[in-house]
Design a binder for this molecule. Structure first.
Ligand code: NAD
Ligand code: MG
Length: 384
């Protein structure tokens, strides 16, 4: 029986994880769940999965949840201490890190320090603090399993191979809803257009990141740390059908790929049961029903955010954390109608231009770069 904590249980990854848990009650037990403010959904999850501990964003939300639940109730925590309590719960074997954004950093680090294996969806953790997190993984002798579909595909394509024979990692990207939109219309797309992803159903932030392709940029940085591979050997191919989830090219010219219909339940399950595989309810892949698989190189004029991520990785040190925070601020500003779609990349670039990279030695250093970048980008956008 694998005992789980799910950080961000009410989100897209969190709910897909709980679908897998519900389908395999003989394999998984839920110890702790955390949510932001969706108390109605958290209440339902508590009633079905009976965790020992839950945590929500604020003390006020914790009191509301307490009133909504009937006995026997779980321990109800809140805030960052609550996230840490869930991430380090004594019985937990694996922590599913499925909070969105840099908010996932502190609890994920706490889980690793407590000796928990981590199923990592929260890519921002590796973008902001990749070197520190990978050092923590090594020092604490835990395993970090990728949940992101591309990284799961790379992980699977590396199975049984020797890492020294890898020539390139090739991450695939759908290209999002604006792949074929005339360039001069990009600045005028609506929030609803940007949230209308062609292949994947995901949380709002990552859906906007997919439209700008910042998501792929974040994933290049995530791959750099997960697979200890320099940026020059991580390529991005746009593959609009999202059937090949990523590939590894070897020195002999052979390429290993992982295929499947786009459904996060497959990579989530693999992260939870590796090296075993379990039924996930994911629809079978019928290649004969497809009209073709196509690939193209990304165009940086259309997707400047992808280029910014490679630039941030090249600058190194604190720059990826600054880029990530500026992106979080810009995406939120776009969702609230404060800036246009092309303003997202522009404001990230301006924040990065204003930053002098410096070494990040601790999680606290990362948090202070994150805070600096949030303030700077709010100032540049005119939000403060
Ligand atoms: P989501 O917005 O659907 O869910 C986020 C979860 O985190 C919710 O439970 C929310 O309540 C919680 N949360 C948000 N802000 C919080 C905060 N400040 N403190 C505590 N909890 C907070 O997001 P998602 O789409 O499930 O994505 C989660 C992570 O997984 C992201 O890092 C994303 O990049 C990554 N990811 C998602 C997908 C996907 O298909 N959705 C695929 C690959 C990777
Ligand atoms: Mg992905």
């Amino acid at each position: 029986m694998k005992k789980l904590t799910i950080l961000g249980s009410t989100g897209s990854i969190g709910t897909s994880t709980l679908e897998i848990v519900a389908a395999h009650p003989d394999r998984f037990q839920v110890i702790a769940l955390t949510a932001g403010s969706n108390l109605e959904l958290l209440k339902q999850q508590v009633e079905v999965f009976r965790p020992r501990l839950v945590s929500v964003l604020t003390a006020d939300l914790a009191r509301q949840l307490d009133r909504m639940l009937s006995d026997p109730k779980p321990e109800i925590h809140h805030g960052i201490p609550g996230l840490i309590a869930a991430a380090t719960a004594g019985e937990t074997d694996v922590v599913v890190a499925a909070i969105v954004g840099a908010a996932g950093l502190v609890p994920t680090a706490a889980a690793i320090k407590a000796g928990k294996d981590v199923a990592l969806a929260n890519k921002e953790t590796l973008v902001t603090a990749g070197r520190i997190m990978m050092d923590l993984v090594r020092e604490n002798g835990v395993r970090l399993y990728p949940v992101d579909s591309e990284h799961s595909a790379v992980f699977q394509s590396l199975e049984g191979q020797s890492g020294k024979d890898v020539k390139r990692i090739i991450l695939t990207a759908s290209g999002g809803p604006f792949l074929n939109l005339p360039l001069d219309r990009l600045s005028r797309v609506s929030v609803a257009d940007a949230l209308n992803h062609p292949n994947w159903s995901m949380g709002q932030k990552i859906t906007i990141d997919s439209a700008t392709m910042m998501n792929k940029g974040l994933e290049v940085i995530e791959a750099r740390w997960l697979f200890d591979t320099p940026a020059e050997r991580i390529a991005v191919n746009i593959h609009p059908q999202s059937i090949i989830h990523s590939m590894v090219e070897y020195v002999d010219g052979c390429v290993m790929a992982q295929l499947g219909v786009p459904d996060m339940k497959a990579p989530i399950a693999y992260a939870l049961t590796y090296p075993e595989r379990i039924p996930t309810g994911v629809k079978p892949l019928d290649l004969t029903a497809l009209s073709g698989l196509t690939f193209l190189a990304p165009d940086y004029q259309r997707f400047p955010a992808l280029k910014l991520a490679y630039d941030a990785l090249a600058a190194g040190e604190s720059m990826p954390a600054v880029m990530n925070a500026a992106n979080e601020v810009a995406v939120e500003a776009f969702l609230k109608g404060k800036i246009g779609f092309t303003g997202i990349a522009t404001s990230i670039a301006r924040t990065m231009d204003a930053h002098e990279p410096h070494t990040l030695a601790t999680i606290e250093d990362v948090l202070s770069s994150d805070l600096w970048a949030r303030e700077k980008s709010r100032e540049l956008i005119g939000l403060s």
